[in-house]
Design a protein around this ligand. Structure first.
Ligand SMILES: Nc1ncnc2c1ncn2[C@@H]1O[C@H](COP(=O)(O)OP(=O)(O)OP(=O)(O)O)[C@@H](O)[C@H]1O
Length: 301
């Protein structure tokens, strides 16, 4: 008998499309591998006390999340202190930023085979104020998209793209004070992304140098510029043409600032909105973010 024991955690509402067929397929393939398993459901409240007791008492070795980044965040945060537990993802959200950054396939059956044959690797996460984030958190315009997406009736990539476009034409810069490596400066920025993964999701890269296990946060500050320049400047960033910078350079001459650091403080002077891993979250006057090196084990290629 295979020594592994998998708890599949399905989010019934993430992404679009029916999950019944997929779950039946997963059950069949797991049984065919001789692996013990159980299928359970995620919770809207984020309370996983009963799941946690079961994982510990019944010696589950793996938790596989079938859902999006919001679900990954809650599940990993609840179980990350269970020794030796491995996490897997079958990406079913609208963004799937962490899964895609880790090289996990979009195709559910390929992602499932990776669960069986992949390697569990230590992966960083970070805290921002008292919250946990394992993918990418942001303040400003990208958070506005997350808020509007959460408020819209339909989910999925189409809604996300639609919300991004609507928000682009409405976007106004916000004022921030940024403190990093003992150096402080003021900036008017459309948004600030604090990233562990290289992307927002859907393979839309924003922090091309980001690694999931380098012990560093990637910080991207999209500063005030002419609206017509904004898509071009972001495209340069996405393509990796904008290099990582030193703090001593003249901040005002760059459209996009890109740094790596294990921690950062941001004063949010105009109460810009905030999101954690794509989930809209109450904003704050000040954010302190710190990396958690080797926070959890994620099954990857
Ligand atoms: N059993 C449930 N019933 C209702 N809502 C749930 C349930 N489980 C989780 N949720 C909600 O699902 C949301 C998270 O969705 P998830 O991140 O999986 O998908 P997504 O938002 O479509 O994808 P992504 O985050 O990748 O864009 C959270 O708001 C969470 O509260």
């Amino acid at each position: 008998m295979n020594p592994r024991k998998i708890m599949y955690l399905v989010n019934p509402i993430s992404g679009t499309g029916k999950k019944e067929l997929l779950v039946n397929n997963i059950k069949k393939q797991t049984a065919a591998r001789g692996i013990a398993y159980e299928v359970a459901y995620t919770t809207a409240s984020g309370n996983y006390t009963l799941h946690k007791e079961k994982i510990v008492e019944e010696h589950f070795t793996d938790v596989v999340i079938i859902g999006g980044d919001g679900t990954v965040n809650q599940v990993v945060n609840n179980f990350r202190d269970i020794p030796d537990l491995q996490f897997g993802i079958i990406p079913l959200g609208s963004g799937n930023g962490l899964a895609y950054a880790a090289g996990i396939s979009k195709k559910p059956m390929q992602a499932l085979h990776l669960i069986f044959d992949g390697t569990a690797k230590y992966t960083d996460a970070f805290t921002i104020n008292n919250y946990f984030s394992c993918m990418l958190s942001g303040i400003g315009f990208d958070a506005k998209v997350a808020h509007d997406f959460a408020a819209s009736a339909s989910r999925g990539l189409f809604t996300y793209t639609q919300q991004s476009l609507i928000n682009f034409f409405k976007a106004q810069p916000y004022q921030f004070e940024v403190i990093i490596d003992g150096f402080s400066f003021f900036t008017d920025a459309y948004f600030i992304s604090i990233a562990n993964s290289n992307q927002f999701g859907n393979n839309v890269t924003i922090a091309p140098q980001a690694s999931l296990n380098d012990g560093l946060l990637d910080i991207v500050i999209v500063q005030k510029m002419h609206k017509a320049r904004l898509p071009f400047a972001v495209l340069q960033q996405i393509r990796g043409n904008n290099k990582l910078q030193q703090m001593v350079e003249d901040m005002s001459k760059k459209n996009i600032l890109y740094f790596q650091s294990p921690c950062i403080t941001i004063r949010n002077l105009k109460h810009a909105p905030f999101h954690i891993d794509g989930e809209p979250t109450e904003t704050s006057e000040e954010f302190k973010a710190s990396i958690i090196k080797d926070c959890f084990k994620l099954i990857q290629p």
